[in-house]
Design a protein around this ligand. Structure first.
Ligand SMILES: N[C@@H](CCC(=O)N[C@@H](CS)C(=O)NCC(=O)O)C(=O)O
Length: 222
């Protein structure tokens, strides 16, 4: 079997999803540090793999893929079936439902709050945009917390790729220093997430509090 190759920098949440999945599945891989200040994602060779110019990208034999959640699903279906992709239809439906929710509802809110609080220089921040995202985030967190009040994991009884995509986003969000509101069930779930070796290895990168911090950490982490 040819070694899987991953293109992306470790500070990207979307790259982290893929690295954590590979870690959980115990699949060896190599990684090229691409994106952000490292560049490379607008090069012709890269654009042939992903015309969007975004990370992550993987190459697995004759399969080249972009879109982090699709990559996570592909790896989970192809390798060690049943470990991250539930085989029982209802559990699979829940894992996929929360994966869609992560991408379409949760990720844009985390991204907006993260940019408004950390990535943008202070003179480029917009308090109206931040306030709107914070209001929507309170609702989103309440929705996820209610689900986790009834289930140990996003897919129900067992850890799945639904927890991988949400876990990467929660690591980022919980490092911003926002008032998360009352989310005791998310907090309990996240303690269990942090017990996972592959999460600690691939996702728990240092978190930035300012644009300067971000630049420094990105360089250090690679
Ligand atoms: N929907 C895509 C989004 C990919 C994306 O936005 N990647 C960001 C990093 S998280 C990126 O490539 N940014 C440009 C860069 O890092 O240079 C996915 O989930 O893979």
């Amino acid at each position: 079997m040819p070694m899987i190759r991953v293109w992306g920098r470790k500070t990207s949440v979307n790259v982290q999803k893929v690295l954590w999945t590979l870690g959980e599945l115990d699949i060896p891989f190599t990684r090229e540090t691409v994106g952000g200040s490292f560049g490379g994602n607008r090069d012709a060779d890269f654009l042939r793999m992903n015309p969007n110019g975004l990370i992550p990208v993987i190459l697995d034999g004759d399969v080249t893929m972009f879109e982090s959640n699709a990559i996570v699903r592909y790896l989970s279906a192809r390798y060690r079936a049943g470990v991250l992709r539930p085989e029982e239809p209802h559990a699979l439906a829940l894992a996929e439902q929360w994966m869609e929710w992560q991408q379409t509802t949760f990720y844009p809110l985390v991204g907006t709050i993260f940019f408004q609080r950390v990535r943008l220089p202070e003179n480029a921040r917009d308090s109206q945009i931040l306030d709107k995202a914070r209001g929507d985030m309170r609702n989103a967190i309440a929705i996820a917390d209610r689900h986790l009040s009834q289930h140990d994991w996003f897919a129900g009884e067992a850890f799945s790729f639904g927890d991988i995509v949400m876990g990467c986003l929660w690591w980022r969000y919980s490092g911003i220093g926002e008032e998360a509101g009352a989310a005791p069930h998310i907090a309990e779930w996240f303690e269990a997430v942090k017990d996972r070796h592959a999460f600690r290895e691939h996702v728990m990168v240092p978190r930035a509090a300012s644009p300067e911090d971000w630049t420094r950490i990105e360089k250090e982490v690679g």
